[in-house]
Design a protein around this ligand. Structure first.
Ligand code: D5M
Ligand code: FE
Ligand code: ZN
Length: 564
């Protein structure tokens, strides 16, 4: 089945390092042969452009006449756009998948799982992360009126709590935007990730390998600088370390050749193999990722206490599901939620202003500060004794480049009512001993666009998260969707293995375990927007994953009224 044109266009532009305005995508889709229009607009774009605007498209189309050949063969077999969309683009048929993703059925089991939150003993059925079949998410919606009516006095004892944050860039940003700062950030990335790989291979600097005699054993630890295929279908992966670059050949018939499909530019890997006779290239025999050790034993809380993991409220959007949020907030006041003492919000609190062209039409609140005021009111509905932690997302009013610092003083003042812990994106938050890596998730779009569907898709966002865990970096490849801020250190490296990895952004619910790390993408509180409709994004709205911090079992509560 051919992919929808807008998806192909967005994928193709992302592959070439461009973000695109929604209107630009619409204009390109309407062009006679969208593939030609994409070529024209890319040729026309300024060298340093990051974002293709509608104005760029109009100018490029006017110049090239690409809009005129409407009768040309629209399927453009073998074109760059087709090649890019083929295997790696997101699946777009909404009928192919359940409304709720099922978590990773193949993941390891999630512990004995008895403390699953059945304290109200009523209509709810708790499930653990590896066993939730489609549609078995708890329906808390209809019960919520009753829940609200018998709202209880929460008897939580705040003195039992502990919350620490590490790896927060807020207030520490040093980036000046100079080229040299990018060199520094990549040097730091190499330093940190190569350390994780060093014990596994006996590597040499690329400079030294260049002077070794042909036929020697050779191992390299490097950042992926380039990936290209040879005319025979083999792969050349060029690795870069602090001394230079070196080409490494992965033969297509090797068992691990499939790993090349998982590679992203600028991630750190190690290879082992043999130097060619002329000493010019390494024939790769094995490849290693920094990865999470299979032996990772997650930390757990010393008492029964839970955290609700949410993201992407988009307050201020006409599509913000206020009713569902009310039901969630009411439920938090109920007996059933007595142990839910933490609320973690992984970005996109508000819809923002000027995030994409034509956004005004979708706004319910047009002033950004008014949006944060409204968000703050929603936060006040949450029990006052809960600990709230929040990081920004790409719709929030902080810089877009990652790491994103936490909200500034003005916004903190607006959101002060709940005394939330405000921290940067990403941040490692230790909640009663459990290390929760919170990251908004913009790089997930990149991972999903680049990798084959079985390894990363919008339907199973947790699998894209597994890839980030394997690479030990939240956003290895930048330039497309992901902006990297030049900093003295790379805050995006996962130096420590998290126990829980919490993201949002793609508006899909999905969870599962990777080497004992629980990966959770928390869905959203915004109904489908017109733009999402045009690119077939079918969001999972108003689900609240509830995490037992003592067992790392998870229960998903659903607060949207189902249509049936
Ligand atoms: O992003 C919600 C989802 O929608 C996320 O997967 C990205 C996708 N999205 C949103 N806007 C665009 C544009 N302009 N191009 C391509 N994909 C897009 P959120 O950050 O909540 O808007
Ligand atoms: Fe969002
Ligand atoms: Zn987002």
């Amino acid at each position: 089945m051919p992919l929808e044109t807008p998806v192909r266009i967005v994928t193709e532009l992302a592959r070439r390092g461009y973000n695109a305005e929604q209107e630009a995508v619409t204009l390109l889709s309407g062009a006679g042969v969208p593939e030609h229009a994409v070529e024209a607009v890319v040729d026309h774009a300024a060298d340093d452009a990051l974002r293709i605007t509608a104005a760029d498209v109009r100018a490029a189309l006017a110049e090239s006449g690409a809009d005129e050949d409407r009768s040309a063969n629209g399927t453009a077999g073998g074109s760059a756009a087709e090649a890019a969309s083929g295997e790696t683009a997101p699946r777009t048929d909404p009928d192919e998948h359940p409304f709720v993703s099922t978590g990773d059925q193949s993941s390891e089991t999630v512990g004995a799982g008895d403390k699953t939150g059945l304290r109200d003993g009523s209509e709810t059925v708790a499930e653990t992360a590896d066993s939730i079949p489609p549609g078995a998410v708890e329906e808390a919606a209809r019960g919520s009126a009753a829940d609200a009516a018998d709202a209880v006095d929460r008897t939580a004892d705040p003195s039992l709590r502990s919350l620490d944050i590490v790896g927060d860039v807020t207030g520490r940003s040093t980036g000046t935007g100079e080229y040299g700062d990018f060199v520094t950030v990549f040097r730091d990335r190499y330093e940190k990730l190569s350390k994780q790989l060093r014990g596994r291979v006996n590597h040499r600097p690329t400079e030294a390998i260049g002077s070794m005699s042909g036929g020697s054993d050779a191992a390299i630890v490097g950042l992926v600088n380039d990936i290209r295929s040879t005319k025979n279908g083999h792969w050349i992966v060029e690795l870069e370390d602090t001394t230079g670059t070196f080409p490494c050949l992965v033969m297509k018939d090797r068992k691990f050749a499939g790993l090349v499909e998982e590679l992203l530019l600028d991630e750190c890997v190690a290879v082992e193999g043999t130097l060619s006779d002329d000493g010019e290239i390494v024939f790769v025999d094995s490849m290693y990722f920094p990865d999470v050790p299979r032996t990772h034993t997650p930390n757990t809380a010393d008492r029964h206490v839970q955290a609700a993991l949410v993201s992407d409220l988009h307050v201020g959007s006409r599509e913000f599901e206020a009713g569902a949020w009310d039901r969630f907030a009411s439920w938090l006041h109920s007996e059933a939620a007595a142990s839910v003492e933490y609320l973690l919000i992984a970005g996109d609190m508000v819809e923002g202003v000027g995030v994409y062209p034509g956004q005004d039409e979708e706004l319910d609140i047009v002033d950004i500060y008014d949006q944060y005021e409204a968000f703050s009111e929603r936060l006040k509905d949450v029990p006052g004794d809960m600990e709230v932690v929040m990081i920004p997302g790409n719709h929030d009013a902080v810089r877009l480049a990652e790491p994103q610092p936490g909200f500034d003083e003005t916004l903190r003042d607006i959101m002060s009512a709940h005394d939330a812990r405000i921290t940067g994106n990403p941040s490692l938050v230790t909640v009663e001993g459990v290390n929760v890596l919170m990251y908004h998730g913009v790089s997930l779009d990149e991972v999903i666009a680049e990798l084959p569907e079985e390894k990363a898709s919008y339907e199973e966002p947790h699998k894209a998260m597994y890839q980030l865990l394997k690479k030990r970096h939240v956003a290895p490849q930048f330039g497309g969707k992901t902006r990297l801020a030049p900093e003295e250190r790379d805050y995006l490296v996962m130096e420590e293995v998290p126990d829980v990895f919490h993201t949002g952004h793609v508006h899909k619910l999905g969870w599962g375990k990777y080497h004992n790390v629980l990966a959770v993408n928390s869905g959203c509180w915004q109904a489908q927007t017109d733009f999402q409709k045009s690119v077939n994004i079918d969001p999972d709205v108003a689900h609240a994953p509830i995490l037992d911090l003592d067992t790392l079992d998870m229960t998903v509560r659903k607060f949207a009224y189902s249509s049936g």
